[in-house]
Design a protein. Structure first.
Length: 122
């Protein structure tokens, strides 16, 4: 990630420096995806909130050690909110990570809680 940020800064600095001849095919005249060492930005996909909710739920099913039966997923303008409960504290972070991994999700508000056992005396 640092290398990508550095390459972006160098590219920006080169673009700001006058030089080169009109027919020069230096890196500053090349399209972004053709420049060596510079990754092209991923195309932005606008996805509906319904699609995002579905994809977050699918991500939960692919996450080992996550019991998502009591997790409610809501999305509004690609901002996802997780509510409900899970049996173990470690599953709260797993659910948040799974939701953040879904392409198109801008942010995740993780409001999950740990289910407590009632009547167990603990």
């Amino acid at each position: 990630m640092f290398a990508m940020a550095f390459a972006t800064c160098v590219t920006y600095a080169n673009a700001q420096t006058p030089g080169g001849t009109p027919g020069d095919m230096s890196a500053q005249n090349m399209p972004m995806q053709s420049r060596p060492g510079v990754a092209a930005p991923a195309p932005r996909r606008n996805r509906s909130d319904t699609q995002l909710v579905r994809d977050v739920r699918r991500a939960f099913t692919r996450t080992p050690g996550l019991n998502s039966a009591s997790i409610h997923v809501e999305s509004r303008h690609a901002f996802v909110t997780l509510t409900g409960s899970v049996p173990q504290r470690s599953q709260i972070e797993r659910a948040g990570s799974a939701a953040r991994s879904v392409q198109g999700v801008r942010a995740v508000s993780n409001r999950l809680t740990v289910r407590t056992r009632r009547g167990s005396g603990h």
